[in-house]
Design a protein around this ligand. Structure first.
Ligand SMILES: C[S@@+](CC[C@H](N)C(=O)[O-])C[C@H]1O[C@@H](n2cnc3c(N)ncnc32)[C@H](O)[C@@H]1O
Length: 281
């Protein structure tokens, strides 16, 4: 069983890793702070593990996750080198190459929103989980679009249509296909034999608004920015990027600290949603 310690500074860790895209580091640091509060029992599967970086930060590099899989070969090769997985598989969530009741935990971070029809994936998770096993996942929430800084500003200016267009552009940039409510997740999971035992919003409005503004400043979504040029991998041989990274970790690690630590107030929604569901026995 893996229990994460809460003394970890995910903000500093992720700014070090994603120094070239600081808002990505902020969102993911909050995500990991929240995910780290859960209990992860083995055998464990990481659904859509990508390059394994998030798995490595959360679970360490000692092979504590039994299997990570992803349909993206290049990412999977990096995941294999990350040391977090005992095995990696090239596979798709809609058709899992595992026997019924194999895993005690299926974990999935920021994956389901990228799959247009997620029902077959949820069905497969229900199938490969042991009785009493848990599906722990994070997704952008049903409030994600309306908490975007660009969306809120346009609504405040009375431009509802512009706000909708802005949110649609963000969906397009980030390749998000849906934002279900906790109830909708609950219904979908129930069909696959799982019962939701916990949902938790994270990324409160102030944090999402900062994140959205910073995506623009750091060229994460609109691609062209002075920062994007400075942080370009093509300029790595010039040698100045190590200094840039130190500056990011030191300055943003300080300036964004309170945002990293901010929780969603009771009764309010945040831009991210953690769901924990248990396979019914
Ligand atoms: C935003 S990345 C997240 C990766 C990793 N979980 C993380 O937190 O860094 C989304 C991942 O979902 C994977 N993905 C997309 N469609 C999938 C599917 N049908 N089944 C499993 N993974 C899928 C992508 O290949 C990509 O690696």
């Amino acid at each position: 069983m893996t229990r994460m310690t809460q003394t970890r500074d995910y903000l500093a860790e992720l700014l070090t890793t994603y120094w070239f895209a600081p808002p990505v580091a902020l969102w993911r640091a909050v995500e990991l702070r929240v995910a780290a509060e859960e209990r992860y029992e083995r055998p464990m599967l990481d659904l859509g593990c990508g390059d394994g970086l998030i798995g490595q930060v959360l679970f360490g590099a000692k092979g504590d996750v039994d299997i990570g899989f992803d349909p993206w070969l290049e990412q999977l090769r990096q995941a294999a080198r990350s040391g977090v997985y005992r095995r990696v598989d090239l596979a798709d969530g809609r058709c899992l190459p595992y026997a019924d009741g194999t895993f005690a935990t299926v974990f999935s971070n920021s994956v389901l929103e990228h799959i247009p029809d997620v029902r077959p994936v949820v069905h497969e998770v229900g199938r490969v989980l042991q009785d009493g096993g848990r599906f722990i996942f994070t997704v952008p929430s049903d409030a994600f679009r309306v908490l975007l800084d660009g969306y809120i500003r346009l609504v405040e200016d009375g431009d509802e249509r512009g706000a909708e267009t802005y949110a649609s552009l963000v969906d397009h940039w980030l390749e998000h296909h849906h934002y279900y409510t906790p109830e909708e997740w609950g219904n979908m999971l129930a069909v696959a034999g799982m019962q939701v035992i916990k949902t938790r919003y994270y990324i409160p409005e102030r944090v999402e608004r900062l994140w959205d503004r910073m995506n623009g400043r750091y060229g994460v979504v609109r691609r062209r920015s002075a920062w994007g040029i400075l942080a370009s991998p093509r300029l790595r041989p010039l040698g100045y990027q190590a200094l840039l990274r130190r500056l990011v970790v030191r300055n943003l690690g300080r300036r964004w600290r309170s945002y990293y630590e901010m929780d969603v107030s009771p009764g309010e929604k945040g831009g991210g949603l953690l769901v924990v569901a248990r396979r019914e026995e």
